[in-house]
Design a binder for this molecule. Structure first.
Ligand code: ZN
Length: 309
């Protein structure tokens, strides 16, 4: 982040009374050619870089973050970052939308976008991509398998089979390695829950960027699955997420940024970064009616229990 770029980030919030863990973010290392990457909408992608992030986290009370690599070209990068920067650990998987592309699915999805097929989708079929995750996940710096799951918004009917196959393979991998599982569930609550129950969920299962209502929260409570809330829980129109938060058992609640996306209120539209988990934590504590320090302690011990047991 240059000085100029930093000015577009929201200001540093007051520190939290107890430091917490951002359990899902996408922070990368600065590497040559990175700016040439394009995202699945064919737009240029500028991943959030590590420079400046540690200081912002330390100031804001975010002691650690789990950075997620979920496309083949990013897997080694997040592990490298986690092995060189002590405030970071890594999670790796093949994202559900990537799974469809690795499996050769080329369809226009409900979001109306053309599939963006890149070299790595052609170089690795789905089995080979998941095998690469399995190989790299044995690194001591990998603390979770994720994000995997189902995305019925960005992938259409043809891709559903590939996503489900990939999801099942990642569930098996998490169990084999005794690692927690981070789930991406977009417009696919029913199938996500069904497949978890069919396969037998890993002992520590996290719904990343929880997007369900009170009813799904009840299902998570019943099964002992974690709900990780992102900036979306602070958006004024998302009352259903705050209802779900109220429903969740306190020992199953986590916080994340999913940066660089989903910047918490009132900074929507600006770039997101792990230090801004601070704002989401404050909003959640207020919503729960719990003292901020008590709530932070709870979040920290929950995250430690999932990722650093
Ligand atoms: Zn994510």
């Amino acid at each position: 982040m240059s000085k100029k770029d930093r000015s577009v980030f929201p200001p540093l919030p007051d520190p939290l009374p107890v430091s917490v863990i951002d359990n899902h973010t996408h922070v990368g290392t600065d590497r040559e050619g990175q700016e040439q990457k394009v995202n699945d909408q064919g737009k240029k992608k500028y991943p959030l870089l590590i420079e400046g992030q540690r200081e912002a986290m330390a100031h804001s009370g975010i002691k650690h973050a789990i950075t997620v690599g979920c496309e083949v070209p990013d897997l080694k990068d997040v592990i490298e970052l986690a092995s060189t920067v002590k405030e970071f650990s890594a999670a790796i998987a093949i994202h559900p939308n990537e799974a469809a592309l690795h499996a050769g699915v080329r369809e226009i999805a409900p979001d109306g976008l053309e599939p963006n097929v890149l070299d790595h989708h052609r170089d690795y079929d789905l089995d080979a991509a998941v095998a690469l995750v399995a190989e790299l996940a044995t690194s001591e710096h990998v603390v979770a398998i994720g994000e995997t799951g189902l995305d019925y918004f960005r992938t259409g009917d043809e891709g559903k089979g590939a996503q489900q196959e990939s999801f099942r393979a990642h569930i098996a991998l998490a169990k084999e390695l005794s690692l927690p599982l981070q789930i991406h569930d977009r417009d696919a609550h029913e199938d996500t829950v069904r497949i978890l129950l069919e396969e037998g969920a890993p002992e520590r299962t996290v719904f990343h960027c929880f997007s369900g209502d009170r009813e799904l929260a009840g299902i998570l409570n019943e099964n002992g699955w974690y709900a990780s809330f992102a900036g979306t829980v602070t958006f004024p129109k998302n009352e259903y997420l705050r209802e779900a938060l109220m429903e969740m058992r306190e020992e199953l609640i986590l916080v994340e940024t999913d940066a660089p996306y989903l910047t918490p209120h009132p900074h929507r539209g600006k770039p997101n970064a792990p230090y801004l988990a601070n704002l989401t934590v404050r909003a959640m504590a207020t919503n729960k009616g719990v003292a901020l320090d008590t709530f932070c302690e709870r979040l920290l011990s929950n995250a430690n229990g999932v990722y650093f047991p």
